[in-house]
Design a binder for this molecule. Structure first.
Ligand code: CA
Length: 639
């Protein structure tokens, strides 16, 4: 019997996969702090240094760490005494040389500029009432996502914010009431983990960056806090932001950039485990699928585990509601599916289904848009719909549907159904995807603009010759009506509701505030824009026909009217959509500079959107038969 038990134990040990220590770093208690760091197997020595400050000064203590057990790549040390408020670094020796100090890959608190880990009692910085904070219950099909940068949103005087460019701006009544009035229910914040390109020691000077240059993945960026020198402040303020948005029923989605680091040599990855986390080409050079000089290796066990544990951490510690994966196409499918499986079902996951260069693993393993059918529960941006509306990504001056260019109709239709298979679409005429990429419509992000490329106003100005302000507004509203009536998950760039522009700058990743800021006075200059967006979003929310969330239901109940050049129209049988109050719904988009007509069955229809006005309460009646759609606008009717 004893031998049998031993045998079972041996078999069990063989079956359990080799476990890695996913979360290392520091564990604090008032009597002692434990430190751990995972290295490559050929590490020779690891020094732990304790500092009084986050930057500068000599170590107050240096400790030689010990292997957890003989042959282990996990190194540990325990330091007695209350170390709260102190800082630490690891320094690993390979080939007789120390690589240099770092906070390790698993710091959850850091000093200024993220150079040293910080010893913090993680429960202490919690804002009052944090324990009762909950993720709002909003299904994927009901999401309306607002993509924003902290500094764009609140830096300008016109906004009247107290905490300009900070996390705390999103706790201010002005922010909350604007978002609620607009009606969005998820805020997607551009990178808000600790990144490199803003020097946190001189925040009194204007510095701008989107933040796609990760340093510490599991710590909020210090530049958006009121005091980056005090490690607990950013943690507290980030949580206050989440709490305020959650109280308003708004989800918080984090833009995550696991596909590359700021640089290779100084990265926490490279300093602790040289060459483990980055992919290399066969000639030994680093692969650059990110276009930023390197690409991480999600297919390797410790990198995969790092990504899984990191997103879980943001959900558990910061109550994050969703993740937008930057260049998701650099990661492998298996990792994305493992992340999906590791997170609660209500966490929304989407990403860019492409890379910025070729990657050093076989293409069929990459989490590209074309592979979304292999990743249930994960969505991808639809560049088909975006470019079908505004024009191709490789030229700012080329127009598409919005500019009256024919031939983009099937790309729009592809976006309207949420990139699923639908009998009414000729996929051979879709601009990029020659077949559906989504199993369910919630696997497609519907959008016309985001932080990348020109914003909508600039693109329209650059691509539509001689455009007047009136036309600009008409086309802007037409574009967002396509987005907001798509069966995909609608997504908008912050500021579009106030007709933002970036003075024509295509890539504003480090442009000054004068380019990137929202001008809140535009709300008074163009009140009709915000009014329309608000009413359009409100209509989408109340009417399940516009977000059925199920591919079969969309196929059964949505059909297209005959398509003409620059004119797309569809019908939804609302009677078959659970919870829908409207019967037959007709939606038409006319990008011509003159009015066009569509033919609908005889009957009496209520107009809810016509000639750049939208009101779900009704704006008059129209009889069936030939119905007119004014120039450059959308029409929505129902009976
Ligand atoms: Ca930083």
């Amino acid at each position: 019997m004893k031998r049998l038990i031993q045998l079972v134990a041996i078999i069990m040990a063989l079956l359990v996969p080799h476990s890695i220590n996913a979360r290392t770093g520091v564990t604090y208690s008032p009597s002692a702090s434990g430190f751990s760091v995972e290295t490559n197997s050929d590490a020779q020595q690891v020094k732990l240094r304790i500092y009084k400050d986050g930057l500068g000064g000599k170590p107050v203590k240096t400790v030689n760490m010990k292997r957890a057990k003989a042959g282990s790549s996990l190194w540990e040390a325990t330091v007695k005494g209350d170390l709260k408020g102190k800082f630490y670094t690891f320094d690993v020796k390979y080939g007789g040389k120390f690589r240099g100090e770092s906070a390790g890959i698993w710091a959850t608190a850091v000093g200024v500029n993220g150079k040293r880990g910080a010893i913090v009692d993680m429960a202490q910085p919690n804002p009052l009432g944090w324990n009762t904070d909950k993720r709002p219950a909003i299904a994927a099909k009901d999401l309306i996502i607002y993509e924003m940068h902290h500094r764009d949103f609140s830096i300008d005087e016109s906004g009247g914010f107290t905490y300009k460019g900070k996390y705390l701006a999103l706790t201010e009544p002005r922010a909350i009431s604007h978002l609620k009035t607009l009606g969005v229910n998820a805020v997607h914040i551009l990178p808000s983990f600790d990144y490199a390109s803003v020097d946190e020691t001189r925040l009194n000077e204007p510095q701008y960056n989107w933040g796609y240059d990760p340093v510490n993945y599991n710590v909020p960026e210090g530049g958006y806090s009121t005091d980056p020198f005090k490690p607990e402040v950013r943690i507290n303020e980030f949580k206050q932001m989440v709490q305020a948005l959650h109280k308003a029923g708004i989800k918080v989605i984090l833009d995550v950039v696991y596909n590359h680091t700021f640089n290779i040599d100084d990265s926490n990855f490279q300093l602790t485990r040289p060459d483990y986390f980055f992919r290399k080409n066969t000639d030994g050079t680093y692969s650059n699928g990110s276009g930023c000089g390197n690409e991480t290796a999600s297919e390797r066990e410790a990198m995969r585990q790092f990504m899984i544990e990191s997103v879980k951490y943001w959900v558990e510690e910061y109550h994050i509601d969703g993740f937008r994966f930057d260049l998701m196409g650099v990661h492998d499918i298996e990792t994305m599916n493992a992340i999906r499986a590791a997170l609660p079902n209500d966490i929304f996951i989407y990403g860019e289904g492409w890379s910025a260069g070729s990657c050093a693993i076989p293409g069929e393993q990459l989490a590209m848009k074309a592979h979304i059918t292999q990743m249930p529960g994960i969505a991808a941006f639809s560049d088909c719909m975006r470019d079908g509306l505004r024009g191709p990504w490789d030229s700012d001056t080329k127009a598409a549907f919005l500019g009256g260019v024919k031939g983009n109709e099937e790309s729009l239709k592809f976006g309207i159904v949420g990139a699923i298979r639908h009998p009414g679409i000729d996929y051979s005429k879709v601009n990029y995807s020659k077949e559906p990429f989504a199993l369910e419509p919630t696997q497609m992000i519907a959008y016309v603009s985001c932080h990348d490329d020109m914003c909508l106003v600039d693109r329209l100005k650059a691509s539509v010759k001689g455009i007047t302000t009136e036309e600009l507004i008409r086309l802007d509203l037409l574009a967002q009506t396509v987005v907001m009536t798509s069966q995909g998950v609608p997504f908008m760039l912050s500021g579009e509701e106030m007709l933002r522009d970036k003075k024509g700058v295509h890539n504003s990743y480090n442009s000054p505030d004068s380019i990137n800021h929202l001008d809140w006075d535009n709300l008074e200059r163009y009140p009709q824009v915000m009014e329309y967006y608000k009413n359009l979003i409100a209509m989408r929310k109340v009417h399940p026909a516009f977000h059925m969330g199920n591919a079969d239901m969309v196929r059964r109940n949505l059909d297209f009217l005959p398509t003409e050049n620059c004119l797309v129209a569809f019908h939804i049988n609302g009677k078959n959509v659970p919870g829908e109050q409207w019967g037959d719904i007709y939606v038409a988009f006319n990008a011509h500079k003159r009015a066009r007509t569509i033919e609908i069955p005889e009957g009496t229809y209520t107009i809810v959107c016509r000639n750049i006005k939208c009101d779900q309460g009704g704006m008059g009646i129209v009889k069936g038969g030939k119905v007119t759609i004014p120039a450059q606008s959308a029409l929505i009717l129902h009976n």
